[in-house]
Write a protein that binds this ligand. Structure first.
Ligand SMILES: [Zn+2]
Length: 405
């Protein structure tokens, strides 16, 4: 049948164009449509129903294509988001509580990360953060150093060396293990004051979290807040409205020690901090690297406090939503959501997605060995599919930027 041939031909052409590239040009579509009309007129077929069907198919294909970034776009920016202690059960607990509406489970590419450290089957956040940040497995408790305590260069530092803007946003003290692994080099995660001093050496453009005391009230008598001001940093404290900051360099220490739980009134620190960091870092035309950590998912697990873990995971997902929204508009931004390890050995034992109710049990007060989810969105996201070592995340980010180590 000619009618069918024409119709099938048209849909096949559009399908092939979409398959070839997720970016379909308006010119290409127009040309395709004109050819189709021409073929109908020439053949004088009554193809009204086919037209409607083809248009509907085309519209849905286009809507789908718009949501998916181009595989071939260049990666300018990377937003790496780490849910500390966030295994698959933590993600699915949040998914259930949110009645199936979660940003991270909407990512088109998914994989797993193997979290083991060089010294232990079960990692801590120091070694876990260092593996992701530097591509090298090290001993538990290490911050940005190898087994011989030699410094390792992090993805944040490499991005900075290449002229990109850099920053991080966390819901713990900025000196805590995960963020520290991206800018500090110390033998032990317990050296908060030494880690704080390393922030002034690495000088990321944006640092948002807690930990004022490690900068202002130190054993060595240095006042790092004053030193930061002399380095042209804007300093924000817990009273500051983060949305005021749209350019320049910013260190925001929103708590004396660790910020409180989100359920105890932390507010939108993580989501607003992520938005502020994106506003500032995206001013750099070369691009940026941003790390965001949902730090207290882990602490809910250590406390075996299901609601604490749940609220922190939902709070983290709000920040993921901010990052995703930016990436969708920007087109050159790769977003990776993962964890350094699972905490608590959580199992979900009851739930109802329609009602948003969920409950579970922890079997450990510590971290566990299971592999953790990896979600990726944006150009180069496909590289993060499958099962990978935590150190592969660093290597794949480096490749996405086309940087050499
Ligand atoms: Zn932990």
């Amino acid at each position: 049948m000619c009618e069918n041939d024409t119709y099938v031909n048209f849909v096949a052409k559009v399908g092939a164009a979409l398959a070839k590239s997720n970016r379909i040009t308006i010119e290409g579509l127009t040309l395709c449509t004109i050819r189709f009309i021409k073929s109908i007129l020439m053949q004088k077929f009554k193809l009204c129903s086919y037209w409607v069907l083809a248009t509907m198919l085309l519209m849905s294909a286009l809507a789908h294509a718009q949501q998916r970034p181009s595989k071939h776009a260049k990666v300018k920016n990377i937003i790496l988001m780490i849910g500390d202690g966030m295994g698959a059960a933590q993600v699915f607990a949040a998914y259930t509580a949110q009645k199936g509406q979660l940003h991270m489970t909407n990512f088109p590419v998914t994989g797993f990360s193997l979290t083991q450290s060089a010294s232990h089957y079960i990692t801590d956040s120091g070694a876990g953060g260092t593996a992701i940040a530097t591509g090298t497995r090290t001993y538990n408790g290490a911050i940005g150093v190898d087994m011989n305590k030699q410094p390792l260069t992090s993805i944040l530092e490499i991005a900075k060396q290449n002229g990109l803007a850099t920053g991080f946003v966390v819901s713990c003290a900025v000196t805590h293990a995960t963020p520290a692994a991206f800018y500090a080099h110390q033998g032990s995660r317990a050296q908060d004051e030494d880690i704080a001093a390393d922030l002034l050496k690495t000088q990321p453009d944006v640092a948002i979290g807690g930990g004022y005391k490690f900068f202002a009230h130190r054993k060595d008598g240095r006042n790092l807040i004053e030193e930061l001001k002399q380095m042209n940093y804007q300093i924000a404290d817990s009273t500051a409205d983060l949305s005021r900051y749209t350019s320049g360099k910013l260190v925001a220490l929103m708590a004396y020690g660790h910020p409180v739980k989100v359920s105890a009134g932390r507010g939108e620190l993580l989501a607003k901090g992520t938005q502020t960091a994106l506003n500032i870092l995206s001013q750099n035309r070369k691009g940026f690297f941003l790390m965001v950590e949902g730090s207290q998912i882990d602490w809910g697990g250590h406390d075996n406090d299901f609601d604490y873990m749940l609220q922190e995971t939902i709070d983290f997902d709000k920040a993921v939503g901010i990052a995703l929204e930016f990436a969708k508009k920007n087109g050159n931004t790769l977003v990776i959501v993962t964890a350094d390890h699972e905490t608590g050995g959580l199992a979900l034992t009851e739930g109802n997605i329609a009602e948003g109710k969920v409950g579970g049990k922890f079997i450990s007060k510590d971290h566990t060995a299971v592999m953790v989810p990896v979600f990726a969105y944006g150009p180069g996201a496909e590289a993060f599919a499958g099962v990978q070592l935590n150190t592969d995340l660093f290597k794949k980010m480096l490749n996405a930027y086309r940087f050499k180590k």
